[in-house]
Design a protein around this ligand. Sequence first.
Ligand SMILES: [Mg+2]
Length: 239
Amino acid sequence: MVGRRPAYPGAVPYSTVLLDLDHTLLDSDASESAAFEHTMRFAGVADPAELFDTYRRINLAMWAQVEAGAMSADDVRVLRFEEFNRVSRIDVDPHAMAEVFVAALGANGDLYPGAREMLEEIRVVATLGLVTNGISEVQRARVARLGLDRYFHAIVVSSEEATAKPGSAIFDIAFDRLGSPDRSSAVMVGDSLSSDMAGGYGYGIATCWYNPSGRVADTEFRIDHVVAGFDEIADIVRN
Ligand SMILES: [Mg+2]
């Protein structure tokens, strides 16, 4: 299932690189736990750590619905706290909690070590697009805070487009904004099998699975590259 695209001399194999943000470039776990703690303090919860798993379970299930096209990223914003409050018996306005949480998600979380160096390296040889399933306010705040706009020719956030990975429409938007590059020289890089790898494969472009923790791929479809670190991503784009 895992193959390596043959290199050809004189040209970079991938002149267009689409990258995912959460859990690929950005330490979203750190962002999420900081934002959760902040929100629980706002809601007057004494022991936030006790409720974090409940939140994560609800949140993951809702993002799976976004991938399935059954829910929008903007719906997740408030609905996850409506459900969380119901399950955890918390009587605080979920809209207010969502506002606090979204602001804190945007304000917290750094790039993984080595991610920025990789971007610096590949932007010289390829055109980069950021394609993220997320809430506009969160992702735009992160992009601005981390200075990511300098690396990307196009930034596509699912909640702004009313479509999400793995569907092909969000890839159409990215390709359109990048000037309709050749699909045969494009690669989608991301940590998610269900959104990044399935999306790239479905769109007919190469795929590169960022898999630092050594998970086993349970997909029926081909993945072109599997990498555990950012050096390998730069190598694949260059060679
Ligand atoms: Mg991701």
